[in-house]
Design a binder for this molecule. Sequence first.
Ligand code: GUN
Ligand code: FE
Length: 452
Amino acid sequence: ASDRSGSSVVFVFRGTFVHSTPQAALQILEDALLGVDTKGKIAFIGDGKDLQRLSQAFGFSPSEVTQLEQHEFFMPGMVDTHIHASQYSYIGTALDMPLLQWLNAYTFPVESRFQDLAFAQKVYAKVVKRTLRNGTTTACYFATIHTDASLLLGQIANDFGQRALVGKVCMDTNSSVKHYKETSQESEDETYRFIKELLNKKYPLVKPVVTPRFALSCTEALLSKLGAIAKNNNLHIQSHISENTEEVMLVMNQFPGSESYTDVYHKCNLLTDKTVMAHGCHLSDEELALFRETGASLSHCPNSNFSLCSGVLNVRNVLNHKVKCGLGTDVAGGYSSSMLDAVRKTVDASKVLTIQNPKHNTLSFEEVFRLATLGGSQALSLDDQIGNFEVGKDFDALRVNVAAPDGPIDLIQSDGPKVLLEKFLNLGDDRNIVEVFVAGRKVVPFASEKSD
Ligand code: GUN
Ligand code: FE
């Protein structure tokens, strides 16, 4: 057991905790005690047998400890490393075309509507609430090109208590929609304004992220400017890379001086240890090596990769190259906003590769659990703050009841904690997520249902 004696503890839970470490995809702590301090950080995690000693060291009474029920456990909150908040407006529809046709036919026309702040408010409140309820404690969002609506997304995430990276999308070329495009100058200026105004709000859990949509939507001049902005202000960067083969071919045509798609971003200083790139289905091993060298990470978005018939990312190969990797829903290319779906589709994608090649080393559910939690925190360079139940990290956690009444899971015999986790990951939904904590604050159930 480790602890930080002296800090004052505001609540303590006793029961089963499951999480991941860099060494162990799944660590199960049975009859553990976990205390959270006034700053929402984990003050200690120890053995239930040490109740007396811990209660004296941290100044709480054993009677204040909340005991979990028999089929309950705590797990770290899930990290959605790639989701388009604006596309929540048409989730579950329009999946009948490949990527580039889909962008022009559905995505750009819908995203252009977010200059209307009332529409943005409605959609953004719904996506933040839905993802929180589904157990996404941290989300890395794309908004749209509209600065004020993007700022509103930051405000809504803050109001509901979700940890969020928020990006104002940048695009200065190749849009099918006349008004859904910026000049390079506008894109640069508005990115500055977005960053400055969001940072001025001093939301404790919300950060801006520099967001070139993808190489095909940006001129080289704009990509370079955005790389410089990120570097000079030490900011996160997000984009898309190597999602489908037609896209890769067009990128090589649009940037004839580059050796690869990855090289396009690298030349513009867009690959850093605070960069997360979505998809990467068609990256070469050389490109993965460049990710590894620069510290850039990948967001694996299997629902979207299947739904738009983009490709199947070999996550095993990504991990073998020691590239940081998290999971993303990629709403609305992905039709589910739930990270549990991303977990299941990640296993499915790995099994597709095993069907194609029986020698493929299929991802285990424990490894995929780690990708959804600790892996996501690493991919977003937040693993000093979140991702597992280490002392000193923020308490971002889900209280899961596998036997929730009216829930989707029937327990037949008395299962151990590892099987309970496996059943939750494969069969569970929001009915099993009875409480959600972000930075020690209970954010689900919602305090009020006012802003819809
Ligand atoms: N590439 C560029 N824009 C997008 C987008 O909105 N969704 C997906 N899946 N890929 C993209
Ligand atoms: Fe995307």
